[in-house]
Design a protein. Structure first.
Length: 276
């Protein structure tokens, strides 16, 4: 039989025991989009659809052991980076990315939870942009994260476009700036392809739902998955955005938790069940 292998993606991020965001959402999104998901936990987070209640650090040596366990055994095609929390974790992850040199790195600069809890220490922002942005294939900030990184206000689409361009040129990295926080009928995203010096605008109809917990994690993980499968960056983003939209639409009628519910990562299995 011919050798068969799945594209292999590792997520390096914090946890969400309720399953909607963080490393749990990443594993679902990577698996649902057809890749093999591995995971390296950077920080333990007690959170659910309503709030973040506690954050527990784990020893750096144990994070290193997880990294070595994954990269010395699996053939990692792409890395998704999520919650890194503080400078020491960022420095450790950056050093290992330089050592193991994965082909693709998708960085979601997780700073604040949807419920408003800080997930990145303020003094770690400089380390994030200095150590990891130059290594990334793509960064995927939302508007509050871009505002924090650039120390500016982003109030409309023109500001979004300018911010995406500024991030890309300042840090020499491709940028997908997500517009979900704009108070508009549509949810525009701006993608600046740094190697090709091209700006792209994606316009998505805003979906009226409270079930959006973990959307940023899901999108960035899906992009990493499609990159690992051989898609170019533009088409990986297009496919990941389509996947996320279907996840959100399928979750509109779900009641999971008492706050901002999660998306439905395996929505397509409903069709399979109907035919069994």
């Amino acid at each position: 039989m011919p050798d068969a292998s799945l594209a292999q993606v590792v997520t390096i991020a914090g946890t969400d025991p309720s399953g909607g965001a963080g490393i749990q959402a990443d594993i679902k999104a990577i698996s649902a989009t057809g890749s093999y998901a591995a995971s390296i936990i950077t920080i333990l987070v007690a959170q659910n659809t309503q709030s973040v209640t506690a954050i527990q650090e784990i020893p750096l040596a144990f994070i290193q052991q997880q990294i070595d366990a994954v990269f010395t055994d699996l053939s990692i095609d792409a890395v998704k980076l999520g919650m890194l929390y503080h400078e020491d974790i960022i420095h450790l992850v950056a050093a290992n990315l330089k050592k193991y040199q994965p082909r693709f790195i998708v960085l979601d600069p997780v700073m604040i939870s949807q419920t408003g809890h800080s997930l990145l220490k303020p003094e770690a922002i400089l380390a994030l942009v200095k150590d990891l942005f130059p290594l990334a294939t793509l960064i995927t900030p939302n508007i509050p994260e871009a505002e924090s990184i650039l120390s500016i206000n982003i109030n409309d689409e023109r500001c979004m476009q300018d911010a995406a361009l500024l991030l890309a040129r300042r840090y020499k990295v491709s940028v997908l700036l997500k517009g979900g926080h704009l108070k508009t009928l549509h949810s525009p995203d701006f993608f600046y392809d740094y190697p090709h010096q091209q700006m792209h605008r994606f316009d998505t109809q805003r979906i009226n739902t409270k079930n959006t917990h973990g959307t940023g994690c899901t999108l960035s993980a899906a992009i990493a998955s499609y990159l690992a499968q051989g898609e170019d960056l533009y088409h990986a983003i297009v496919k990941a955005k389509h996947y996320l939209t279907q996840c959100i639409l399928a979750a509109k009628g779900l009641t999971l938790g008492h706050g901002q519910g999660p998306v439905h990562h395996f929505y397509f299995l409903e069709q399979v069940k109907q035919h069994v």
